[in-house]
Design a protein around this ligand. Sequence first.
Ligand code: KMH
Ligand code: ZN
Length: 308
Amino acid sequence: MEPLIITTAITGAATVPTLTPYLPWKTQDIIDSAVSSAEAGAAIVHIHGRNPLDGSPSSAPEVFAEIMTGIKARSDVVICMTTGGAPTMTVQERTANVARFAPEMCSFNLGSMNFALHPPLKRIKEWRFEWEPKYLEASKDFVFKNTFYDLEHLCNLVREHRTKPELEVYDVGHLYNLAHIVGEGMIRSPMHIQFVMGVLGGIGTMPEDLTFLKRKADTLFGPTSYTWSVCATSSGQFNLAPISIQMGGHVRVGLEDNIYLRKGVLAESNAQLVERAGRMAGDMGRAVASPTEARRILGLKGKDQVGY
Ligand code: KMH
Ligand code: ZN
């Protein structure tokens, strides 16, 4: 089995600052958290931007430029830039940074869906920033838009910039969407699929949800034509990680998807979550991949080929 690639999703757009005091959202904190995650064993960092004044999601090129160059200067870690952005952004805003920065990897969301973030509104009454409850409430009526038109646009971008897509599958229909664009010759092999589980609007986090997706992907693409990884919301993350580790998949952890180290205990950093994934791998006899090994396993173009 190949060594385990651990990705950390540093800040995302679904976790709002009131949910955990440990969420990095100031630009320097995002950079520091990415670097310490890499030191803890992450080979890839999945990056979103945040407005440094109030932590709201941002696609501003200057924010991304600072984050990407800041990480690159201090670490060899692979940077995977989001194109999912946030509910508040258009597809154009979400994807424009790929052309600006030509990163080694970027996320690639495979279908339109509900993407609801409102459940914390029931239990939290006091918010750190005014935008947070409004943003969560608005997500009830949000459709995360990733039409075939959008998929085609992103296929062109990743091909042009030799950026490897983190193919995000939130439900079984997304595998069929992927099969369609593969059939059209729009995506290159070998592919890297990220099963994103537990989003309110997608598949759940039961073990059989994962084994079903994996079996379906094997049927559609053939088991050796892709690498795969699992991330999941909340407790689903560390329930599914050992299954993925055992089955030859990779894992993504991080405060974007899950704020708990274990039941009821907040993770105090992204690095802590990476360390836990690394310990699991060690206990199960699987080595953890360095960024260099991750580049080889995923066939990335290399850090010297990016546009920042
Ligand atoms: N926060 C994840 C559930 C993206 O950045 O493209 C989804 C995600 C989207 O990672
Ligand atoms: Zn993301």
